[in-house]
Design a protein around this ligand. Structure first.
Ligand code: TRP
Length: 451
């Protein structure tokens, strides 16, 4: 249940919070890698199209659903169509997805926080170039340290949620997002001024249409949804906190621009440096925990500082995303009797249990030996949250929005009850929301299931 005065204090605060949700691990290591892998500039063209047409259509639809009802996803759908309570399923699927995403996110955030700590105390600087792979494997293979940092990270996240929407989430986002941008710019300047940096820029930006396969196009859409945090109800929650006079289109454009810009900057911060020191780009954990530390050590004395800056940056980006995930879950279980604090603690405890279990996937132990098909528990969660569930939830959301809600309801909300014009409405509703977005999502989903 939403208490009357809960919400963001301004459009700016809402943009910072939602951009904080969107900007996360997905921008800083996933985007640069897949951009390079699927043809650089060629991938970028497709990605821009997906972010600003399909991702933003979903974001706007979640904002409309959230703000119109003032409810989280568990109630918003049935509140809009009380005669058909079955629509609740959409919100519940989304929240289930948020729960699973958070459990995976916590593990990677725990790794990142550990690497921040190890940069700070100087452990990383003492490792030889060829020792980082072994260091990483040993670290994840013995999860007690990961668990320690998962707990620290989650406690921070929970404290922000307990602080409230305006005094917790909005305030911390307004503080952290600018810091994040400054840290990222520092990394960019260092990276592009290294000798040999241009090979990294070429990798990232030179359009190579031969590498842009069907798989690359699908990866672009999946990445656009994941990166914008859309399709799982998290933006319905933030929509319910959106000020009544915020312009939903403009707010969404700002969030998408921030998210996109930070992904590009992350690529500029990482690849020129990787190429300049003779390393090759690797995917995911390998890139961040095994390749980048080598790059930092090659900077000499200042490398330690860049290592601290980078892992701090990554930790902060992960934190504002984890906050949004935990907020959605907290909102789900809180009601008149069970307040915010108690709800946040309950959800944190539940999610940390799954997360800790999954952290054991890397060690030689009962969980580590457990297989689902040929996947470990971590792999399974990663697959479900990375490729399967988000397009399912996104498709259900857009079908509800485009085909169940009435054009007038949507127009009324987008125009703030007729206060301003919505000249884009016909294209948005009759083209994007009803046809282009559902069809694109269906294609992604089917081809994802087939592969
Ligand atoms: N957008 C986040 C990132 O880029 C990840 C994410 C996906 C997310 N879905 C979410 C964050 C829902 C918050 C809420 O890393």
């Amino acid at each position: 249940m939403k208490t009357e005065n809960e919400g963001f204090s301004s459009t700016f605060g809402a943009i910072m919070a939602a951009a904080g949700s969107a900007v996360g691990l997905g921008n800083i290591w996933r985007f640069p890698y897949i951009c390079g892998k699927y043809g650089g500039g060629a991938f970028l063209v497709v990605y821009i199209f997906f972010v600003f047409l399909i991702g933003m259509t979903l974001m706007m639809s979640e904002f409309v659903i959230g703000r119109r009802t003032g409810e989280g996803p568990h109630r918003a759908y049935s509140a809009l169509r009380p005669a058909h309570p079955a629509w609740r399923v959409i919100g519940l699927t989304g929240l289930g997805t948020c729960f699973l995403i958070l459990s995976v996110y916590l593990i990677i955030s725990g790794w990142t926080t550990n690497y921040f700590w190890e940069s700070l105390v100087g452990t990383l600087a003492g490792i030889p170039d060829d020792g980082f792979a072994a260091h990483f494997n040993e670290f994840v293979g013995n999860p007690s340290r990961t668990i320690l940092f998962i707990v620290i990270f989650l406690v921070l996240t929970t404290l922000v949620i307990i602080g409230g929407v305006e005094k917790g989430i909005e305030r911390i986002s307004k503080l952290l997002m600018p810091i994040l941008v400054v840290l990222l710019l520092v990394m960019c300047v260092r990276s592009v001024t290294l000798e040999g940096a241009s090979a990294g820029l070429a990798y990232l930006f030179n359009p190579d249409f031969s590498k842009l396969t069907g798989e690359g196009v699908l990866a672009a859409l999946g990445q656009a949804l994941f990166s914008l945090s859309v399709g799982m109800g998290a933006m319905v929650v933030y929509g319910s906190y959106l000020p009544k006079d915020s312009n939903i289109l403009k707010t969404s454009v700002w969030i998408a621009v921030c998210d996109f810009a930070i992904a590009i900057l992350a690529g500029i911060a990482i690849f020129p440096a990787v190429f300049a020191c003779g390393q090759s780009p690797a995917e995911g954990p390998g890139l961040v925990y095994q390749v980048l530390p080598v790059v930092f050590n090659s900077f000499g004395g200042v490398g330690k500082i860049f290592s601290i800056v980078f892992f701090l940056l990554l930790t902060l980006a992960a934190l504002t995303s984890a906050i949004s995930l935990l907020e959605a879950l907290t909102r789900w279980v809180s009601n008149a009797k069970r307040g915010r604090t108690q709800s946040a603690v309950i959800m944190s405890v539940l999610v940390v249990i799954l997360s800790v279990l999954a952290a054991f996937s890397f060690g030689d132990n009962a969980v580590g030996r457990l297989r689902f098909g040929d996947m470990t528990l971590f792999d399974l969660l990663d697959k479900l949250t990375g490729t399967v569930l988000p397009p399912v939830c996104a498709l259900l959301t857009i079908i509800f929005f485009g085909w169940v809600l009435k054009a007038d309801e949507i127009k009324d909300e987008l125009s703030n009850h007729g206060v301003h014009g919505v000249s884009y409405f016909k294209v948005f509703y009759y083209v994007l929301a009803r046809f282009v977005a559902p069809v694109a999502l269906l294609v992604v989903l089917i081809s994802g299931l087939l592969s």
